[in-house]
Write a protein that binds this ligand. Structure first.
Ligand SMILES: Cc1ncc(COP(=O)(O)O)c(C=O)c1O
Length: 358
């Protein structure tokens, strides 16, 4: 889910390797740029006065969001977080680290979180609800508006993991695809993960956690007693951390702007539809859902997915699968060309028509 960083972000990255975002007092310019990055991402997600921090990626962002939620309900004896079954594994990792029990809830036939199941799962021990805008397996978007109402009615923190989707969904409507309310536009949403190192064309590691209120941010901020000035508090999990990816993210976001990102998403969606048409032409293969964004889940009624994957790997492709539904994952990232997609699908066609159905 990452891609070749844009040349400009690579240039900025390699020129700023010595800068430490864990020392904001010393590297005050980097600290200012970090605030700008948080503000630019928040603006894309309909929030004017954000609180937040850049991170090393979606995993750290999700840990921070759940840490904030847990800290805000500190007196809960057996804290639980409600996690629809389509959430990324980093949510489980966060819960594991933070001593939170995950209460798994079902997804519907389109692999979207079920709001009813979430509502039913709420107890006095619930400290947060999680949902995903751009699921890892299928690029599906949970019904954030409906879940937001439930979170608001129950006065619960509601974290949206848009690690992948944040740099895609805001541009879909302008390209003629369906529009979705998935961000701070939805009142109940209290935090969002957004990764520039996925569809933002920034170098790894570049993530971001955004909180709607200072209360959440404060609950993840700790004092560092031997440092001075702005360095004396930290809101990220890491201490010493590279400023280079933050500066590179700032540069690429300023350079591309909304219109640049819209055309990148537009190209990825065009190639996604090309792949979709070719998969639909193969009578032995099928799609798990109509693509929502630039992620396709390829399944087969008759053929064993694992055998196809094994044969594709033998031909040199590096494959990814999802367990439920059992699919081959095709994430159409900006570095992929029509040629590479067609070459992949040519091999997939050839293998699927020569493989034994059992
Ligand atoms: C929806 C979602 N959340 C979180 C993550 C974790 O991101 P990272 O690998 O940058 O930590 C991923 C990774 O693919 C993801 O798809």
């Amino acid at each position: 889910m990452s891609t070749i960083p844009h040349d400009l972000s690579t240039q900025v990255f390699i020129k700023t390797l010595e800068k430490n975002a864990g020392r904001m007092h010393t590297f005050s310019g980097s600290a200012e740029i970090e605030n700008d990055v948080v503000a630019m991402i928040a603006d894309m997600l309909h929030l004017n006065e954000p609180f937040g921090t850049t991170t090393s990626g979606g995993t750290e962002s999700n840990i921070l969001a759940l840490l904030a939620a847990r800290e805000l309900k500190k007196n809960t004896k057996n804290p639980e977080v409600i996690v629809p079954r389509n959430a990324h594994s980093s949510i489980d990792k966060a819960a594991w680290l933070l001593g939170l029990k995950t209460v798994k809830t079902k997804v519907d036939k389109q692999f979207k979180a079920s709001p009813k199941a979430i509502e039913k799962a709420i107890t006095d021990d619930t400290v947060a609800i999680v949902s995903t805008a751009g699921t890892t397996y299928l690029g599906q978007i949970d019904p954030v508006e409906v879940i937001g109402e439930i979170a608001k009615d129950n006065r619960l923190p509601f974290h949206v993991d848009a690690a992948f989707g944040a740099f895609v969904i805001p541009f879909l409507a302008g390209l003629g695809y369906k529009s979705y309310s998935f961000d701070f536009e939805v009142e109940g949403v209290t935090s969002i993960s957004a990764d520039p190192h996925k569809m933002g064309l920034a170098p790894i590691p570049s993530g971001c956690t955004i909180f709607r209120t200072g209360k959440h941010m404060k609950s993840v901020t700790s004092k560092i007693d031997y440092l001075r000035g702005a360095s004396a508090t930290q809101s990220s999990i890491l201490g010493t951390r590279p400023a280079a990816p933050i500066l590179a993210t700032w540069a690429i976001m300023k350079h591309l702007g909304r219109s640049g990102y819209r055309s990148i998403v537009g190209e990825c969606m065009r190639k996604t539809m090309l792949a979709k048409d070719r998969i639909e032409d193969n009578k032995l293969l099928d799609l798990a859902i109509e693509p929502v964004m630039n992620i396709l889940g390829i399944k087969s009624k008759e053929l064993p997915i694992d055998s196809i994957v094994e044969r594709m790997e033998r031909r040199g492709w590096r494959m990814a699968t999802s367990p439920k539904p059992h699919t081959i994952r095709l994430v159409v990232m900006p570095h992929m060309t029509d040629g590479s997609i067609n070459a992949f699908l040519n091999d997939l066609d050839e293998i699927s028509t020569t493989i034994d159905a059992d």
